[in-house]
Design a protein around this ligand. Structure first.
Ligand SMILES: Nc1ncnc2c1ncn2[C@@H]1O[C@H](COP(=O)(O)OP(=O)(O)OP(=O)(O)O)[C@@H](O)[C@H]1O
Ligand SMILES: [Mg+2]
Length: 418
């Protein structure tokens, strides 16, 4: 078996980091089997070389190796690309076409960005993984294929599963063995090594002397976050190689090529914060809304009772407590005399019922809230107005009729500008 160093050389992999070595060793171990492998890691960490190693060290090495970027193929054509189609399967399908799974029979398919596969394609893929069967688009004939699948993703698959974007069963089927490539910032010892290699490559390519970093610049390079990982490091090395006349690079020069990631951090934190604030704000809004609705229903019930039974002590108490509940006024010290509150009350027209169906709570919260506030307000205003009219503006009598204290009525008159 080839040594890990030989493999690195063969596939142009630079670095001696323990995490990187572990990933390569794992690829070498699983290569001779047909086990499905999922390669994970941030963007730009070098995931693409892993399936190549696996294919090259497997008994399929003389078979085809096809790399498919699942994220780059439009949803409408991906099934046809992967599994082929029959003539006439859709507009433009003038000929029967073989898909990658047919072409790569006895070979390896690398499904890059597998998290981007549409759910319908995921179902087809699951079937291939389970029994090697697939059906061309527009066909009913089941075909067989013998393909080894290596997939890669830079997204959190558990998140995707939780959001219903990726089938859990497929995830487990794809990730029998998972190979994780560590981010560049976790391979500090390799950063300068990679930079020197890229600098020398670009010096050759552009026929210029190689750039080199001074001591402080080297330190800056090593401490940087490298969110874009090795791809970003390579780009930075290329830009500096092309643009800087002075081939000794100082920290000041290097800084100009490194986006300020720490400067970006607070924005990210702020974003996530405001999002959670937003959702809790929305929850509060819903709560207020539903409290209002229940207040409104109480008011309705009260009006009905008034209409049916006149004002009983019970109703009066309920009314008072309702008003307190809505306006938060503590008037518990107010005492009513039973004989003050038994005057019959005229019937008032009821406002049309406002019902918030449970399913409505998710849309148009503002509209519903406004409607409810308005009708609650209107209804109360009307009750008070009518009571005052009937009692020729006498507040004491009107308050009595309404079953509220004079003080509350007085406050409401002011509030509603009656
Ligand atoms: N250890 C390494 N040594 C040399 N070059 C590397 C190494 N790792 C990655 N690269 C180079 O960095 C670039 C990015 O690597 P690659 O395309 O494999 O990233 P990736 O993990 O597939 O990212 P993405 O998720 O964005 O597709 C490539 O040009 C690759 O050759
Ligand atoms: Mg990639």
């Amino acid at each position: 078996m080839e040594s890990i160093q030989a493999i690195k050389q063969r596939f142009g992999i630079i670095g001696n980091d323990a995490g990187l070595n572990r990933a390569i060793e794992k690829a070498m171990q699983v290569a001779p089997t047909d086990i499905s492998v999922l390669v994970t890691g941030e963007s730009g960490v070098g995931k693409e070389s892993i399936p190549k190693i696996i294919h090259a060290l497997s008994h399929r090495k003389h078979g085809k190796y096809i790399a498919v970027n699942c994220g780059a193929i439009p949803e409408g054509t991906i099934d046809s690309e992967l599994f082929g189609h029959e003539k006439g399967a859709f507009t433009g399908a003038t000929q029967t076409r073989s898909g990658y799974f047919e072409v790569a029979d006895n070979g390896t398919i690398f499904l890059d960005e597998v998290g981007e596969l549409p759910l319908t394609t995921q179902v087809r893929l699951l079937r291939v993984l389970e029994n090697g069967e697939f059906i061309k688009v527009g066909s009913s004939k089941v075909q067989k294929t013998n393909v080894r699948i290596v997939a890669a993703t830079n997204v959190n698959m558990f998140e995707a599963i939780k959001k219903g974007k990726f089938r859990e069963d497929l995830y487990y089927r794809l990730s029998t063995v998972e190979i994780l490539l560590p981010p560049l910032r976790a391979r500090k010892g390799d950063i300068h090594l990679l930079f020197r290699k890229f600098a020398s490559d670009f010096a050759m390519k552009y026929k210029m002397p190689s750039i080199r970093l001074d001591e402080i610049a080297t330190e800056m390079l090593t401490k940087y976050r490298w969110n874009g990982n090795i791809r970003q490091l390579r780009n930075v090395a290329e830009q500096i190689s092309v643009l800087e006349e002075d081939r000794t690079i100082t920290a000041d020069t290097l800084r100009q090529y490194l986006p300020n990631t720490t400067g970006n951090l607070p924005a990210v934190i702020e974003n996530s914060k405001s999002e959670s604030d937003f959702s809790s704000e929305r929850e509060i809004l819903y709560k207020v809304l539903f409290d209002m609705k229940s207040d409104l229903n109480d008011l309705k019930k009260l009006t009905m009772e008034l209409m049916q039974n006149g004002v009983s002590q019970e109703v009066k108490d309920e009314n008072e407590s309702l008003i307190q509940k809505i306006y938060g006024d503590d008037e518990s010290e107010e005492i009513f005399h039973e004989d003050e509150v038994n005057a019959p009350v005229k019937l008032l027209p009821l406002a049309p019922e406002v019902t918030v169906m449970p399913e409505d709570k998710y849309h148009f919260a503002e509209d519903v809230e406004e409607e409810e506030t308005l009708s609650l307000h209107d209804k109360e205003l009307e009750l008070i107005k009518k009571a005052l009219e009937r009692n020729k503006g006498k507040r004491k009598a009107a308050a009595k009729e309404l079953g509220i204290s004079e003080r509350t009525l007085y406050r409401k008159i002011k509030q509603f500008d009656l």
